[in-house]
Structure formats: C-alpha cells, structure tokens
Design a protein around this ligand. Structure first.
Ligand SMILES: Cc1cc2nc3c(=O)[nH]c(=O)nc-3n(C[C@H](O)[C@H](O)[C@H](O)COP(=O)(O)OP(=O)(O)OC[C@H]3O[C@@H](n4cnc5c(N)ncnc54)[C@H](O)[C@@H]3O)c2cc1C
Length: 289
C-alpha cells in the first residue's frame, strides 16, 4: 500500500481546480475513500492529485420548489441527515444509510461516488432511479448528463479526465410516492451484493400510478428497469403482480460472477430484493397488499 509519487495540488477556488484538471494527468481527490486505495495499490498513477476538500463552492445542498441540487463535495452523511431532503426525497437518506458505516459516510462524497461508478453503489443507483442530472465542468464550459447515460461499465463513466463533477440535480418525485430499499450484503453494511431501490405511488383506487425500480449489483452498471415499471403501472399491487415484475427485472439483469456471488445467485438475489422492495414500497402507507 505505497502510492506512486504524485504532485499535490490544493486549489483555492473552483476556477483554479478546473484549470488544473485541464492540464491532464490529474486525479480529483474528494473523500479519498476509494482514490487512496487505488493509489496505494498502484491501480492509478496520476501525475497530480487535485484536493477538492477546501472548495466550499462544491459543498452545499440547495432545496428548490421542484428540485434539490447537491454540490459534488457534499458528504453522504450531510445528505442523509438533511431534514429538507428527507421530507422531499425519502429515498436518499434510506439508500445512503446502507453505504458502509457512519465513518465512511462522514467522509465519502456524492460526487466521488458517482465518479467512482461502483456497480454496487447505493448512491449511483439512487441517482439513476431519481432521474438525476449530473453537471460536468471543464475549461470548455459545463454540460449536463442524465444519470442513466452517465454509467457505461464497471467503474466507468462518460466523464472525461478533464471534467469535474460539480453538481447533481434531482427533480422532486411526486409527494405520494413511497420508497423502499432492500439490500443483501455479506456482513452488516458491507458493500451490497445486490440492492433494489423502488418507488411506488398509488392512486385513490389503490392502483399503481408511479413506479421506479433500480438495481445495484445486478450487472456491469447500476440500472433502472423500465419494462418492470411499465408492468406495474395501472394495476393493483398483488403478490402475483409483484412476483411478475421482480422476475422481469431478474431476467433483464446481466449479473457478473464475483467472489461474493456467482451469476445465478446474483440473479436470484435481484429477484428477491426487487420483490421485497416493491412489496415494502406498496404497503408502507397502508400496511396491506
Ligand atoms: C470500508 C469502506 C466501505 C465502503 N462501503 C461502501 C458501500 O457500502 N457502498 C458504496 O457505494 N460505497 C462504499 N464505499 C465507497 C465510498 O462510498 C467512497 O466514498 C466513494 O466510492 C468515493 O467517494 P469519495 O468521496 O471517497 O471519492 P474519492 O475516493 O476521493 O474519489 C473516487 C474517484 O472519483 C474521482 N472524483 C472524486 N470526486 C470527483 C469529482 N467531483 N469529479 C470528478 N471526479 C471525482 C476521484 O478522482 C476518484 O477516481 C466504501 C468505502 C470504504 C473504504
């Protein structure tokens, strides 16, 4: 665990950070929970490490009438404990509570989590389920990418080396939606083997009028399962319907074999976690199925 030699850059403001990143060969350092391991193992050999930790401009939560914006340097724990976020987007505190232990969440950042793009990551999965938009900034300006288009493979995104994630914008889901997270991990608060994040809204007649299903650990990237969402909308959430939707998600998944779970076990977990999460989200308010 000995990092290669690198130059250390601590920019005074965001403009300096963007300019330094534009010079190439630079790795941004946020919470450092993943980057320092990669450096220690020499999986990465950047020319320079760009320490973002003093950039106040990136450390904020802005709650608007129809969206919440998170600065990229906002720590998981700050989001998890923000009452205004919890009131409007209940998925976030619930999903983030599964990220490692509290010490990890005090340090890790939402921007670092997206850039790292772990296919088992709870926050990347929430970003996809919530239709978040990710703001990428470089010396050439800013562009916004939907979370669904952002992740392209394990630990791989459309972000170029000279772009910094500066913000994550999340539109507010309808107020009547109930969220549920179900996760299987080897030990309490280990990385997820599989996690399902689900939002369900019911109309006055008890039919589903809103469905969001996201899975982490079910393939090379976190992903949303629209065909299963479509199968739910307009229908009463019966046990049979939920089993059908969960089976669709499992069929659509493309699990990767790992030391934690082989392909079939992972697919099984996708079905079980998804079914439980749909069921929980459908019954949280009424207690009935
Ligand atoms: C013991 C342990 C348990 C963990 N458990 C979980 C878990 O259960 N679930 C989970 O999802 N994660 C888990 N993590 C990972 C944790 O979530 C990390 O904090 C996260 O993946 C990276 O966030 P960070 O802020 O630490 O980023 P860093 O480690 O600083 O950076 C990660 C990568 O993102 C890049 N980067 C950082 N910020 C930006 C930015 N603004 N723009 C562009 N690139 C950027 C870095 O250059 C690097 O490539 C765990 C980590 C540890 C050490």
């Amino acid at each position: 665990m000995k990092p290669p030699v690198f130059e250390y850059i601590r920019p005074a403001d965001l403009d300096q950070a963007i300019a330094a990143l534009g010079e190439g060969g630079v790795a941004p350092l946020a919470g450092g929970q993943s980057l320092m391991q990669e450096l220690g193992r020499r999986h990465r050999r950047p020319r320079a490490v760009l320490d973002l930790n003093r950039l106040q401009e990136l450390d904020y939560i802005a709650v608007g009438d129809d969206q919440v914006t998170l600065g990229a340097l906002t720590r998981y724990r700050v989001v998890e404990r923000c009452a205004e976020v919890a009131e409007r987007i209940a998925l976030l505190p619930e999903a983030l509570s599964y990220v490692g232990h509290a010490t990890i969440r005090h340090r890790g950042t939402v921007g670092g989590s997206l850039a790292y793009a772990d296919p088992s990551g709870e926050f990347p999965c929430a970003a996809v389920v919530l239709d978040a938009r990710i703001v990428l900034t470089s010396t050439g300006g800013s562009r916004t990418v939907s979370a669904e288009d952002f992740f392209i493979g394990p630990y791989s995104t459309v972000r170029t080396d000279t772009e910094l994630i500066t913000a994550i914008i999340i539109g507010l889901p309808p107020a009547h939606v109930t969220w549920a997270v179900e996760e299987f991990s080897r030990r309490h608060r280990d990385y997820a083997v599989v996690a399902a994040e689900v939002g369900i809204g019911l109309d006055d007649s008890g039919r589903i009028d809103y469905a969001r299903i996201g899975v982490a650990g079910g393939g090379p990237t976190v992903r949303r399962h629209r065909s299963a969402e479509d199968a739910l909308v307009g229908r009463i959430p019966t046990t049979a319907l939920i089993a059908h939707a969960a089976a669709l998600v499992a069929e659509e998944s493309s699990p990767i074999h790992s030391v934690h779970a082989d392909v079939e076990h992972r697919r099984h977990l996708v079905r079980v976690m998804t079914g439980r999460a749909i069921s929980k989200a459908s019954t949280k308010r009424t207690g009935e199925l």
